[in-house]
Ligand binder design. Structure first.
Ligand code: G1P
Ligand code: ZN
Length: 540
C-alpha cells in the first residue's frame, strides 16, 4: 500500500539516531516517514534482510509492527526480530554481523526515560553492525525533507511472542530468542569456567538492570551460565516505562546500587547497565570506577581473557574521555586514537583492524566483537580479570594508578538550558580560543585551545565542531560541548581532567582534586553566570 505523506521537519539524527518525545514519534506519519527515509537513502529495501529490536520501551511493540509492514511493502526479503521486539543494542549489532544482514533498525532512546510522556528513538545500523556513519545519517535526513510517500503492507500483525518463522506477504519474519546468540558470543570471549569457579568460591555481585533490556541477558549469563547467586540481578524485568527509573547507569541514577556498594556488607562487585544495554557502570566494594579508568584498566588487563590473549591492536577513546587509556597504549606499544563523541566514529577503526578496545567517558566500553559499545561485555571482562588476578577492584585500581598515574576526571552536565544561553556559553569560549595559549588561568598556563576537528585515519573524512578544548601545561584539561542526544532545550557538558603522576596524591576526592580546573572553566566560559544556574544538574 502506497501512502501519501509530506516531509516532517526536524528528523535529523543526532549523536545516536533520531530521538524525540514518544508522542512525537506516535504522531501521524512520523515513524513511517523516518523509516521510509532510511530505506530510500540506503538504496531501497528490495531483497534485503534486516535485524529489528529495541529496549522494550513504551511504543516499541507497535512501532515494530509498523516497521515490519513497511519492510515487507518495500520488498525486503527477511526481518529477524527479537521476541517481543526486544534486543539489546549490542545483541542487535551481533545479529546483524552473524546473519550478514544489510543492516538493522534499533528502537531505543538509550538511557533516556521511557513512557508516553518520555522519549523514543529509532536508529539505523549498517551492515557492519555499527551505527550509520555520518554520510548515511545525512542522506537519511536529506531524504526526510523530500518524502512524498511511504509503503506499508496492509496485513495483520505478526505474533512477536512466538519464536520461529512467520510470513507477511512474501517477506519472512524470523522471531528469535534475543539472548541466545549473544550469550554464545560471550562464551567465546571469556573464561566462563574460571568466573564460575570464582562465584562458587563465594564471590558476590549485584547487577542492576534498571528495569531495562539487559535483565534477561544478565539473568541468563550471570545467574544461569556463571552460577552467580539467584537475586544477583535486580530490576531484571524490562518494563515499558523502566518502572519509572531513569535507566542511565551513573552514580546519580543508579543510586540504589551505589548505596549498596558503599554500605555495610557490600558485595565484591557491582554493575549496572542502561536502557538498551550498551552502557555500563562498574563499582567495587566502597570504590567507584570512572568509565575512563575502566577503559584503561580493561586495556591493561584484557590479555587475561581468552578472546584478547593475542593482545590489542590499538585503543580508541572519544576526545572528552580522559587520557588514561593513552598511557596504557603507550606502555603496550600500540596505537591510541582520539575520536569525536559517538560510537559511530569507532566503526572504521574497528573494521580496519586498527583498534580492538574503544571507550567513552559516558559509560561506554566495547571491543571489536560487535560494532556498538556493550555494557554486559564490559562487566564480563571485569569479572574475567577479577577471576584471574584474585584481587579486589580497589586493589586493581590502586595498582593501576601507581603504575600509570591517575587522570582525575569528572563531567558536569547543565541540562535543559535555553538554547540561546547554551549557544552563548559556547560562542563565548569559542571566541577566546585563539588568544588563550600562554595565558594563566587559576594558576595554570594554557598550552593549547581549539575546536576539535577529526580526520578519520581510515577514510579521510573530516568532522568539525566536535567540542571546545583547553589544555594546560600541567596536563589538566577542560572540554565543553553541547549534547546531541537530548530532546529538551540544550545540555551543556563540561568535561574536566587533571593528571597526577604519583606516588603521592593518588587517592584524593575527585571534585576537590579537580577544583582548580572547575574554577578555570567558570572563569573562561562563565557557565554559571550565563545560565543563571548555581551548579551542574548531574555530576559523573
Ligand atoms: C551521549 C554521550 C556520548 C554517547 C551518546 C550515545 O551523547 O556523551 O558519549 O556516545 O550519548 O550513548 P551526547 O548527548 O553527549 O551527544
Ligand atoms: Zn544506550
Amino acid at each position: 500500500m502506497r501512502v501519501t505523506t509530506r516531509p516532517i521537519d526536524g528528523q535529523k539524527p543526532g549523536t545516536s539516531g533520531l530521538r524525540k518525545k514518544t508522542k512525537v514519534f506516535m504522531s501521524e506519519g512520523y515513524l513511517e516517514n523516518f523509516v521510509q527515509a532510511i530505506f530510500d537513502a540506503t538504496g531501497g529495501a528490495e531483497g534485503k534482510t534486516y535485524v529489528l529490536g529495541g529496549d522494550g520501551r513504551f511504543f516499541s511493540a507497535d512501532a515494530a509492527q509498523v516497521i515490519i509492514k513497511m519492510a515487507a511493502a518495500n520488498g525486503a526479503r527477511r526481518v529477524i526480530v527479537g521476541r517481543n521486539a526486544l534486543l539489546s543494542t549490542p545483541a542487535a549489532s551481533h545479529l546483524i554481523r552473524l546473519n550478514r544482514t544489510d543492516g538493522g533498525i534499533i528502537m531505543s532512546a538509550s538511557h533516556n526515560p521511557g513512557g508516553l510522556d518520555e522519549d523514543f528513538g529509532v536508529k539505523f545500523n549498517a551492515a557492519n553492525g555499527g551505527p550509520a556513519p555520518e554520510a548515511m545519517t545525512e542522506a537519511i535526513f536529506a531524504r526526510t525533507k523530500e518524502l512524498s510517500r511511504y509503503f506499508l503492507a496492509d496485513e495483520p500483525d505478526i505474533d512477536l511472542g512466538r519464536i520461529g518463522a512467520q510470513q507477511i506477504g512474501s517477506m519472512e519474519v524470523s522471531v528469535v530468542d534475543p539472548v541466545a546468540d549473544y550469550a554464545a558470543l560471550m562464551e567465546t570471549l571469556f573464561d566462563f569456567a574460571k568466573i564460575r569457579a570464582m562465584f562458587a568460591g563465594g564471590f558476590r555481585m549485584r547487577f542492576d538492570a534498571m528495569c531495562a533490556v539487559t535483565g534477561p541477558y544478565a539473568t541468563e549469563i550471570l545467574e544461569g551460565r556463571l552460577g552467580a547467586a539467584l537475586g544477583t540481578v535486580v530490576h531484571g524485568t524490562p518494563l515499558p516505562d523502566f518502572g519509572g527509573m531513569h535507566p542511565d547507569p551513573n552514580p546519580t541514577w543508579a543510586h540504589e546500587l551505589m548505596d549498596e556498594m558503599f554500605g555495610a556488607g557490600a558485595p565484591d562487585f557491582g554493575a549496572a547497565s542502561d536502557g538498551d544495554g550498551d552502557r555500563n557502570m562498574v563499582v567495587g566494594k566502597g570504590i567507584y570506577v570512572s568509565p575512563s579508568d575502566s577503559l584503561a584498566v580493561l586495556a591493561a588487563n584484557a590479555h587475561l581473557a581468552p578472546g584478547y590473549r593475542a593482545g590489542l591492536k590499538g585503543v580508541a577513546r572519544s576526545m572528552p574521555t580522559s587520557a588514561a587509556a593513552d598511557r596504557v597504549a603507550e606502555a603496550l606499544g600500540i596505537e591510541a586514537f582520539e575520536t569525536p563523541t559517538g560510537w559511530k566514529f569507532f566503526g572504521n577503526l574497528l573494521d580496519a583492524g586498527r583498534a580492538t578496545l574503544c571507550g567513552e567517558e559516558s559509560f561506554g566500553t566495547g571491543s571489536d566483537h560487535v560494532r556498538e559499545k556493550d555494557g554486559l561485555w564490559a562487566v564480563l571482562l571485569w569479572l574475567n580479570i577479577l577471576a584471574e588476578r584474585k584481587e579486589s577492584v580497589e586493589e586493581i585500581l590502586n595498582a593501576h594508578w601507581e603504575r600509570f598515574g591517575r587522570n582525575y576526571y569528572s563531567r558536569h552536565d547543565y541540562e535543559a538550558v535555553p538554547i540561546e544561553a547554551a549557544d552563548g556559553v559556547m560562542a563565548g569560549l569559542r571566541g577566546q580560543l585563539s588568544s588563550l595559549p600562554g595565558q594563566v588561568v587559576e594558576g595554570m598556563t594554557v598550552a593549547a585551545a581549539d575546536d576539535f576537528a577529526y580526520s578519520d585515519p581510515v577514510d579521510g573524512s573530516v568532522s568539525k565542531g566536535q567540542g571546545l578544548r583547553v589544555s594546560f601545561t600541567d596536563g589538566s584539561r577542560l572540554v565543553l560541548r553541547l549534547s546531541g542526544t537530548g530532546t529538551e532545550g540544550a545540555t551543556i557538558r563540561l568535561y574536566l581532567e587533571r593528571y597526577v603522576a604519583g606516588p603521592e596524591g593518588l587517592t584524593e576526592e575527585v571534585q576537590s582534586a579537580l577544583a582548580p580546573v572547575i574554577r578555570a572553566a567558570e572563569a573562561l566560559a562563565g557557565l554559571r553566570a550565563r545560565t543563571g544556574r548555581a551548579g551542574p544538574d548531574v555530576v559523573t
